[in-house]
Design a protein around this ligand. Structure first.
Ligand code: PEP
Ligand code: MG
Length: 758
């Protein structure tokens, strides 16, 4: 086998020759998919280099170390890399690489920038996945530099993480080879990612996300991309959301380095992809899905109007990205590294990335296991890329738990020691149902939480309304697919925190109108998805510590206990400038016809707060006869004085049992040390709920629940018996809660009938 081969000369059966990455690129070219041109330095080329350079024996001797001893491992890695980089490469191999690069330049008509990627393969198990273990070198130009980069790829086979992984997974170093893929870099004027089928429901809908410039911004989540949805059956574009694209990454033509620039004003809100481009992309997506027989997750770029497909992977990798095909031990045989609360179900394996602050977020790549003390709202883009989330702190209603459930991403929270015991680069398996983190990769992957429950095939009718909670507006479609009777809680913080700047920052810099527009845009996504069903939007309720990481957050007060601090209605009524902007957004929404939007006030503790808030609403021109206004019952004070609120006038109440439980029991909901005492079923909490429901029912005020307890079937049954009007659950729990409620209602009716007969 030759030292170098063109990519078009290989196909999917050539994994032993050019590794999985090279084989996949070759296969795509062979089925007519436009892939940037390039060549591979084959596994044989690498083998010949080792053979003829005379370093082989010393190299493999160096690797005989205890990989659990970090110092030894690092030393071995450094020496092995040095051996490769300093070795004499046989002239014929060096010449073959340099000449092939020159030929590539001739083909392309210029001295091209290339990416030099590692594509590893194992002799006995060619399909084994070594994804992400070895290095990639971008923006390489010139024959000498390409040759050096290939050597660096070979050396990266001996990175500490790669050595550790092979030993842990039982691979023989001597039987693992590396092919270096040298491929022209595309200078995309626009780029993005697409799913050939709906990644949640599996429906035949292509979902495309695209933004200006190179793909990094879309893949890393640092820009909100345009979103296009195409129905593959009717071949119609059925959804088109044009985002405001603030930044883009472009290539400096001299150095090849990528730089991030602001998007020119006229392009910020312009549509990125033309209809023609969208439909061309759909064709490629269909070809790839048909060819591989499984929905694909595809990266693309558009250079001078020509579409290039950069990568295509099976969609299952969204939830089990690091799961490789090598045989793995079963769960029960694996060592448990840490334990915590199973906050979001699912079983996935991946590489640990420890996040100690916002500066580390870029470390988390698609499919990694994110490990942190506690997540904060500015971490959501990284959480979206993670295959699973592990936190030291927190209970079932902490930020990490709420967001993970909505993302359908397995999570274990409150492990206390996760960030200490786990290390960057370790391969672990997370069981988000049992709350366990295992060493290594384990056998089969469980389905993610959100996927199965999101689509509804049978829907029992219930007298009690079944609603759904939404935190991130992007989840609107998924939430609406549950066929819920409305949204019982839209946490507006996620719209605000997604802006990266505090509301105060906008006000201070004279950008209030922009802020209101962002609120309208985020809320509208949900309001439209549910229209005409009611959507209760909660006004801002972010504790001060959650604002601190944002631009403008440095002015947030330092509070001893933010949970009991300046949040919810307290903030609304003292920071009235901001509350008025929220009201302006509600007014705009109603004027635009989104009249299904209601307002819900958080953290109230006395009726005068409701009175003052309503006064401001009127001053801002809201017609309270046309807008539902309600409160969250989250403090025992609000529960016990509910009649005073009723007298003040309100349309609904909703139990925020996450807070109601912590304030009733004096148990910090985010403190893993007292998580065992946190109990929404505590008789005191139930008594408060009964007290409020009874009085509201008498007064004709609707009652609901939007805390996590509303997702528990046992609580749903109790609430039906207590006489609640509606129950709002997490997306993944709606179907189960609906069934539980239907049965509980039937049992109650049957019982009443029987009693009447007797
Ligand atoms: C609650 O307290 O139950 C609630 C739904 O609000 P959050 O979890 O956002 O505090
Ligand atoms: Mg709350």
């Amino acid at each position: 086998m030759s030292t170098v081969v063109w990519l078009e000369e290989v196909g999917k059966e050539d994994v032993p020759v050019v590794g999985g990455k090279g084989a996949s690129l070759g296969e795509m070219i062979n089925i007519g998919v436009p892939v940037p041109g390039g060549f591979a330095v084959t596994a044989q080329g690498y083998h010949d280099f080792l053979d003829r350079s005379g370093i082989e024996k010393e190299l493999f001797d160096v690797l005989k170390v205890n990989v659990n001893n970090n110092e030894e491992l690092e030393r071995a890695s450094a020496r092995a890399k040095e051996l490769i980089l300093k070795a004499d490469v046989p002239e014929a191999i060096e010449k073959a690489i340099k000449e092939r690069y020159q030929e590539l330049c001739e083909r392309e008509g210029e001295e091209v920038f290339v990416a030099v990627r590692s594509s590893a393969t194992a002799e006995d198990l060619p399909d084994a996945s070594f994804a992400g273990q070895q290095e990639t070198f971008l923006n390489v130009r010139g024959a000498d530099h390409v040759y050096e980069a290939v050597k660096k790829c070979w050396a990266s086979l001996y990175g500490a993480r790669a050595i550790f992984y092979r030993v842990e997974q039982g691979f023989d170093h001597e039987k693992v080879y590396l092919s270096a893929i040298v491929q022209k870099m595309i200078d995309s004027e626009k780029s993005g990612v697409m799913f050939s089928s709906d990644p949640v429901s599996g429906d035949p809908r292509v979902i495309i996300e695209s933004a200006w410039g190179l793909g990094e911004t879309v893949v890393s989540g640092s820009v909100s991309p345009d979103n296009y949805v195409v129905d593959r059956l009717s071949k119609k574009i059925i959804g088109r959301t044009i985002a405001k694209k603030e930044i883009m990454t472009v290539r400096d033509h001299k150095t090849g380095e990528t730089v991030t620039l602001p998007v020119p004003t006229e392009k910020k809100e312009a549509v990125v992809l033309s209809d023609g481009e969208i439909m061309d992309l759909v064709k490629h997506a269909e070809v790839l899905e048909r060819h591989y027989g499984i929905p694909q997750d595809i990266e693309f770029g558009v250079e001078e109007g020509k579409i290039f497909i950069l990568q295509s992977r099976p969609i299952t990798t969204i939830h089990a990205k690091a799961a490789s095909t090598e045989p793995k031990p079963a769960e029960q045989e694996q060592k448990v590294l840490v334990r915590g609360l199973g906050a979001s179900p699912g079983l996935v394996s991946g590489t640990v990335k420890i996040v100690t602050g916002s500066g580390d977020l870029d470390k988390v790549l698609q499919g990694d296991i994110m490990v942190t003390e506690m997540t904060m709202p500015d971490m959501v883009p990284a959480m979206k890329r993670a295959a699973a989330i592990i936190t030291d702190e927190g209970g079932m209603t902490c930020h990490a738990a709420i967001v993970s459930r909505e993302l359908g991403c397995p999570a274990v929270v409150g492990t206390k020691t996760g960030t200490k015991i786990l290390n960057d680069g370790m391969i672990v398996t997370v069981n988000g149902r049992k709350g366990r983190v295992y060493e290594g990769a384990v056998a089969k992957a469980e389905k993610p939480a959100a996927a199965p429950a999101a689509t509804v095939s049978y829907k029992p009718v219930t007298a009690t309304e079944i609603k759904v909670n939404v935190s991130m507006p992007e989840a609107a479609e998924q939430a609406a697919a549950t066929l819920a009777d409305g949204v019982g809680l839209l946490r507006v913080e996620h719209v605000i925190l997604g802006l990266g700047k505090t509301p105060r920052y906008f006000i201070k810099h004279g950008r209030s109108d922009e802020y209101v527009d962002e609120l309208v845009k985020g809320i509208k996504l949900v309001a439209d998805a549910f229209y005409p069903k009611p959507v209760w939007v909660r006004t801002l309720d972010a504790p001060t510590d959650e604002f601190r990481a944002m631009e403008g957050g440095e002015n947030e007060p330092e509070e001893h206990n933010p949970m009991l601090g300046w949040r919810g209605i307290r903030r609304d009524l003292t920071d009235t400038d901001h509350f008025r902007l929220e009201m302006a957004a509600f007014k705009k929404l109603h004027e635009q016809g989104d009249d299904n939007v209601g307002i819900m006030l958080p953290m109230v503790q006395e009726a005068s707060e409701l009175r003052r808030a309503k006064q401001i609403m009127r001053e801002e021109g809201l017609d309270l006869d046309k807008i539902d206004v309600g409160i969250m019952v989250e403090t025992p004070a609000a529960a016990l004085t509910i009649e005073e609120f009723i007298e003040e006038g309100l349309d609904f109440i909703s139990f925020g049992t996450n807070d109601l439980t912590q304030y009733t029991l004096a148990v910090d909901r985010n403190n893993e040390n007292v998580a065992n005492l946190y109990n929404e079923f505590h008789p005191a909490v139930i008594k408060l709920i009964e007290y409020v429901v009874e009085r509201c029912n008498k007064a004709g005020v609707k009652t609901s629940i939007c805390g996590q307890a509303g997702s528990y079937p046992e609580m749903a049954k109790r609430l039906v018996e207590i006489g609640i009007t509606s129950i709002s659950s997490n997306i993944d729990a709606v179907a189960t809660v609906r069934e539980t409620v239907a049965r509980a209602e039937l049992i109650m009716m049957l019982k009443a009938l029987r009693e009447r007969k007797d």
